[in-house]
Design a binder for this molecule. Structure first.
Ligand code: C2O
Ligand code: CU
Ligand code: CU
Length: 498
């Protein structure tokens, strides 16, 4: 068992400090001596017992993102504990090998609590993965991506007005494992990079700056059946990527940089235009082009493992069969200046729509899509009313009012990373139904469609079909946008499984 203390560090940064109370069920390692929680290593089949102690001045509850846990161990906001209290989680690790993570899920405080530092990675291993002999130990690099802004005296700064909340917080610096200007020494051989986007809202377009493709081993819920290469990979908040990075043949002294390349659609088109008009603004705009971290080759070696041709046995058949039998349940995304909604409503505890009641031990098909103005009177009105609040001039507001009447979809709408708690899902299809072709061309080759996912960005005009099992545990499970500012604005709903 382990104990996690939610507390403040000397700089008033918050931290989930983990320690083993009784072993040897797993290991904990401090990542880079930063504010991040210790990286947990666990094994499929083991029992986990964690006591969370809350030494913060406000309520807190931790959620195990991507782990298949019973409802009472899933960090539902209803279980948040007050300062001074403790909460015991007890469950078995039923997931495949993969990279998961934990972060708070406190009602309307998830964004601020994660921003202040509360987050940690969990690597699960299993026998199927062990047999592959993938790079491990010093050749397996956890990479936790976050963006932050700082005050002049180097303290965390989080100012989010209406405009920032709509787009989601975009920090001025990139942190890797809690450090800015991150660089890591490597040998000239193959590495395994375990990348987690733990940013509040920033979407990355991961690309090697020498133009070589990205070799993908796995995604949120573990290894793919076989490696895939992509020119670049989109990684939204909550998503993970398992990358084979081979530096074989590189000379000592050379460097390799992973960057986030420019793309459109991370913010509403209207905001992207404003940004261009105003000359980009401070810091790193959503969809901007900037380096993430540097790998410096410091040691030459010819001793490197080979990339396996196959990685895991097929894990999709049962899901595909279920998909043919069921009518899809909708997950409809809609946006308004003062609200972000799913299925037409903001989050409310115990407020299940019929489509959100899921029979236990079934597999369900969902369709995730953007629902636009037209049919929604209330939404059209709140948009008109909210423009002043976004800090645009009056003339601008008028122009937008007209644009909205004519189907404001593209102007106001943006990508949302949709996350479902519980077991991972498979993506069956991704239709660019009503996309802006020019914007879409900047992201469309960066989606990994195979493998098991728990979070998926849905760009404007896209319609996705996913299929997901609901086994073992009855109760209330969240699904929401993993843009944490959006989540806290109510872009969250829950399923009642049972
Ligand atoms: Cu990563 Cu409901 O959260
Ligand atoms: Cu989650
Ligand atoms: Cu969102």
């Amino acid at each position: 068992s382990a104990q996690i203390l939610a507390g403040a560090t000397t700089n008033n940064v918050w931290r989930y400090a983990a320690r083993l109370v009784k072993g040897p069920e797993g290991t904990l390692t401090r990542l880079n001596d930063s504010y991040l929680a210790e990286l947990m290593r666990l094994r499929t089949g083991q029992k986990l017992r964690v006591t969370l102690r809350n030494a913060l001045p406000e309520p807190n509850i931790a959620h195990w993102h991507g782990l298949h846990a019973p409802a009472e161990a899933d960090g539902h906001p209803a279980y948040a504990i007050d300062p001074g209290e403790s909460y015991v989680y007890e469950f078995e690790i039923r997931n495949r090998a993969g990279f998961y993570f934990f972060h708070p899920h406190t009602h309307e405080a998830t964004a601020t609590q994660v921003y202040r530092g509360l987050a940690g990675g969990i690597i699960v291993n299993d026998a199927e993965e062990d047999a592959l002999g993938l790079p491990s130990g010093e050749y397996e690099l956890p990479i936790v991506l976050q963006d932050r802004s700082f005050t002049d005296d180097n303290q965390l700064r989080y100012d989010v007005g209406m405009h920032e909340r709509m787009i989601g917080f975009q920090g001025e610096r990139i942190l890797v494992n809690g450090k800015a200007d991150y660089a890591q020494d490597v040998a000239s051989r193959a590495y395994r990079l375990r990348i987690l986007n733990a940013s509040n809202a920033r979407i990355y377009k991961l690309a090697w700056d020498d133009g070589s493709p990205i070799t993908v081993l796995g995604v949120d819920g573990g290894l793919l059946e076989a490696p895939e290469t992509k020119p670049y990979v989109m990684l939204a908040p909550g998503e993970r990527l398992d990358v084979w990075a081979d530096f074989s043949g590189r000379k000592a002294g050379s460097t390799v940089v992973l960057r986030s390349a420019a793309f459109a659609g991370a913010a509403p088109k209207m905001a992207e235009r404003m940004q261009r008009m105003m000359g980009g603004g401070a810091g790193l705009p959503a969809g901007g082009d900037f380096p993430l971290f540097t790998l410096r080759v410091t040691r030459e070696t010819t001793d490197s493992p080979a990339l396996p041709k196959r990685l895991s046995k097929p894990h999709l058949p049962r899901l595909e069969e279920a998909a043919n039998k069921n009518a899809p349940r909708p997950i409809a995304i809609s946006e308004a200046p003062m609200a972000m909604l799913i299925n037409g409503r903001p989050y409310a505890f115990d407020d299940w729509l019929p489509i959100e009641k899921i029979p236990l031990n079934t597999t369900q098909l969902f369709e995730i899509f953007h629902q636009h103005g037209g049919s929604h009177m209330g939404m059209g009105m709140s948009m008109g009313g909210g423009m002043g609040g976004m800090g645009m001039g009056g003339g601008m507001g008028m122009g937008m009012g007209m644009g909205m009447g004519m189907g404001m979809g593209g102007m106001m709408s943006m990508a949302h990373p949709i996350h479902l708690h519980g077991q991972q899902f498979a993506i069956l299809s991704r239709e660019p139904e009503m996309v802006d072709e020019e914007a879409y061309a900047t992201v469309k080759d960066g989606f990994v469609m195979s493998g098991l996912k728990d979070t998926v960005p849905v760009f404007t005009g896209e319609r996705l079909r996913i299929v997901k099992p609901f086994d073992d545990y009855a109760g209330s499970f969240m699904y929401h946008c993993h843009n944490l500012e959006h989540e806290d604005m109510g872009m969250m709903r829950e399923f009642l499984v049972g």
